[in-house]
Design a protein around this ligand. Structure first.
Ligand code: ADP
Ligand code: MG
Length: 714
């Protein structure tokens, strides 16, 4: 079907989803309505309704070529999982029919024992169940020769603990909705049924030719190059950014978009990114849980299409050292379901006031919970990116832009008392969206920037699912919104007028959170100094930042808002550490393998060539009249080559010993610290020597594809 398709996108958009249209068509009116109500309220689907929905969904799926169904969920490994079952059923008399019951729709039972639980369940009771999240439409996934009906689900243990990343996200969306409804009520916006958090993740990625990829064990095993000298031309010229898209890549993008449109995923923008072979896909924002599901599908579809087109898709945060890495800007906002965006100041005094209250809530939440927000995006890959002068630093600060800074300053200093509508309107808040959207007013170095009517959390890594950072954002917001509510209500109770109470709470919030606002260049030393002076958390890597998850105060917040129990937090903490340690271990062993079986043999051969050429030269020197000086120069070259090779061998031995030594560490956390303090530096030392050698060794003797080839050949 790919690019021969001439029909309008609107005619096939969502054709592979059991969305509103398909439901309306397939379901009896009352059932359709009941399902819509369930979706709106976020409640569980009653069994009798589920039976009818399951039947309609099955008929639709079979007509579209599906033979199997699967509960599609997001275990704590960071990717997605599925186990396929056929609709096929045999009746007693042997007749074949295709069945799919309500029970099978709303609940499935995967054998959970091979999914990580972080120690939450003992293996003998390692069973869990998956349950449909009706807010996220079922879809048909193409693969092999046919289609599979995929039912987006949550994954829960029999004791009710979340074994996935989606359950906490849904819980956090509920928590922030409840808190916001209460606060809106106090502000005079009554009767709100549900408040929604939205996310629009901008996905960056690299595409390289598959033939290079398959010759690089490091890319295959770890997602990043562990070796590789920088080419003479990197991205200095910045000629790739927004440049014209190579045809072969454009074809890839078009096919990805078509698949996404069929799945009802609103892919909107495509462009080149800063680094060579780096690109971006941005969707239109959606409700956070749907955006999260869709982003997982975007990554999966891109991987499949890349493979088909002879590309390898690199989602790792920093596949090439010295070249820009990839992130995922998580655009986040909060708004009344079907109504106003609470982060859009609008142009009435009321909307300006609610905007200020919610804005200050964001400042409070991010200030108070900066450490766990940072921890929510900590990973092996992101460690190479955060703070590397191209991506936001590891310090979380908030950028608001000139106009908002001025507004907050004048409110804080008491220059305006917001007593009259005119005064409120005179603040000029209605211009904020326009001004902040303007390119010049953006601070591209900020990890958490206000961009008109949403915040952009830019520290998320390109390969990370957005569920965890959004869960943390929603939860810290629920808490901060409640804090604002408590402050305002207390002031009203102590006799202040409502307007004064709101203004005072806003003013106090501004003063209390000043430390988190930073308008300068986040790549500068000034930011590092400011972080130290202001006491902002500055955790450089995963092992350092992961500890934030289990601080008592953090745990209390997640428990209070019903987002994660302390067992669920422990399990996630354990899994994060384990994944880090395993990941570094794999990287170190892959590096060893490459150096021992590729680099050392290549350099040795080349050294042999240089050695024999030198011997020949020594023998002929007198006859050809070669000066001693000239001979010495060649000798020095040979010597330096031999020394570097010996150094490489020595370092290889040291890395092997260091890996062994890690086993002696007593806890997993100690191992993680050991990885970052001892193993990574050792790997870097090896890389330094190997990369130096790469620039000397005869290309025909160097087995690994080089950076130049991977990044500049199409
Ligand atoms: P940029 O100028 O940063 O590219 P865009 O308006 O193009 O800004 O949006 C970037 C991303 O932010 C897109 O995925 C877009 O859908 C998303 N976005 C826009 N408005 C909102 C919002 N109110 N809430 C969440 N995400 C949003
Ligand atoms: Mg952006």
């Amino acid at each position: 079907m790919s690019n021969e398709r001439k029909v309008a996108v609107a005619s096939y958009y969502g054709a592979l989803t059991f969305g509103t249209e398909a439901m309306r068509e397939r379901l009896p009116k009352e059932v359709f309505k009941a399902l819509q109500d369930t979706i709106k309220s976020g409640k569980k689907l009653p069994q009798d309704i589920a039976n009818v929905v399951a039947h309609g969904m099955k008929e639709w799926a079979i007509e579209n070529g599906a033979t199997h169904y699967t509960h599609w969920f997001q275990p704590m490994t960071g990717s997605t999982a599925e186990k396929h079952d056929a609709f096929l059923t045999l009746e007693r008399d042997g007749t074949v029919i295709e069945r799919f019951s309500g029970e099978q729709l709303i609940q499935g039972e995967p054998d959970a024992s091979s999914f990580p639980s972080g120690g939450m369940r003992s293996t003998f009771e390692a069973r869990g169940y998956t349950a449909w999240d009706p807010t996220s439409p079922a879809f048909l996934m193409k693969g092999g020769k046919g289609f599979t009906l995929c039912i987006p689900t949550v994954f829960i243990s029999y004791h009710g603990e979340a074994l996935d990343e989606k359950t906490p996200l849904l819980r956090s969306m509920d928590a922030v909705s409840k808190a916001a409804i209460k606060l809106l009520d106090v502000l005079g916006i009554k009767g709100v049924q549900r408040v929604i958090t939205n996310a629009g993740p901008e996905q960056e990625y690299f595409l390289i030719d598959k033939k290079f990829y398959s010759q690089r064990p490091d890319l295959v095993m770890t997602g990043r190059t562990l070796l590789g000298a920088l080419p003479p031309k990197g991205q200095q010229l910045e000629d790739h950014y927004f440049g014209s898209i190579p045809d072969r890549v454009l074809e890839f993008m078009q096919e990805v978009e078509e698949e996404l449109f069929l799945l009802g995923i609103p892919a909107k923008t495509r462009h080149n990114e800063v680094a060579p072979h780096q690109f971006e896909l941005a969707p239109i924002f959606e409700q956070a849980n749907i955006a999260s599901d869709h982003n997982l599908l975007v990554m999966e579809v891109m991987r499949k299409v890349a493979d088909k087109k002879g590309f390898a898709l690199l989602l790792f945060e920093k596949p090439f050292a010295g070249i820009n890495g990839s992130g995922k800007h998580n655009n986040w906002s909060i708004g009344i379901d079907g109504g106003m965006n609470l982060l859009d100041p609008g142009d009435t005094p009321e909307s300006n006031i609610s905007f200020l209250v919610f804005l200050v809530a964001v400042l409070k939440g991010v200030y108070k919970r900066a450490a766990v927000l940072r921890a929510s995006v900590a990973s092996i890959g992101n460690d190479h990116r955060l703070g590397a002068n191209e991506a936001p630093p590891a310090v979380v600060t908030v950028f608001l832009g000139d106009l908002l800074e001025r507004v907050l300053d004048s409110i804080e200093s008491g220059k305006v008392d917001l007593k009259t509508e005119k005064q409120i309107l005179d603040l000029g808040l209605s211009h904020v969206p326009v001004l902040n959207k303007d390119y010049t007013d953006r601070n591209r170095t900020s990890p958490f920037a206000f961009t008109g009517n949403k915040f952009e959390f830019r520290a998320v890594g390109s390969s990370q699912p957005i569920s965890v950072p959004n869960t943390v954002l929603n939860t810290l917001m629920a808490e901060a919104i409640d804090d604002m509510n408590t402050a305002i209500t207390a002031k009203i109770n102590s006799g202040l007028s409502k307007d004064d109470a709101i203004l005072t709470a806003v003013r106090e919030g501004i003063t209390a959170t000043k430390a988190i606002r930073y308008q300068g260049d986040n790549y500068s030393d000034d930011l590092q100094r400011a972080a130290a002076e202001r006491g902002l958390p500055n955790m450089k890597n995963t092992p350092e930042s992961v500890r934030a998850w289990i601080e008592k105060d953090t745990v209390d917040m997640f428990v209070k808002y019903g987002v994660l129990s302390s067992e669920e937090i422990d399990s996630r903490y354990n899994i994060r550490i384990e994944r880090y340690v395993k990941g570094i271990d794999i990287e170190a062993r892959t590096l060893l393998l490459m150096v021992k079986t590729m680099v050392i043999p290549d350099v040795s051969e080349y050294q042999g060539d240089v050695g024999s050429s030198f011997n020949n030269l020594v023998a002929a020197a007198e006859m050809i009249g070669l000066s001693d000086e000239a001979l010495k120069t060649q000798a020095a070259n040979l010597k330096s080559l031999a020394e570097d090779l010996s150094k490489l061998m020595e370092l290889t031995g040291i890395l092997e010993e260091t890996i062994e030594e890690m086993e002696e560490e007593e806890s997993e956390l100690a191992k993680a610290d050991f990885c970052s303090a001892r193993i990574l530096p050792c790997m870097n030392a090896i890389r330094e020597v190997a990369d130096k050698l790469e620039l000397q060794v005869d290309r025909s003797r160097w087995q690994l594809p080089t950076y130049s080839e991977m990044l500049f050949e199409h």
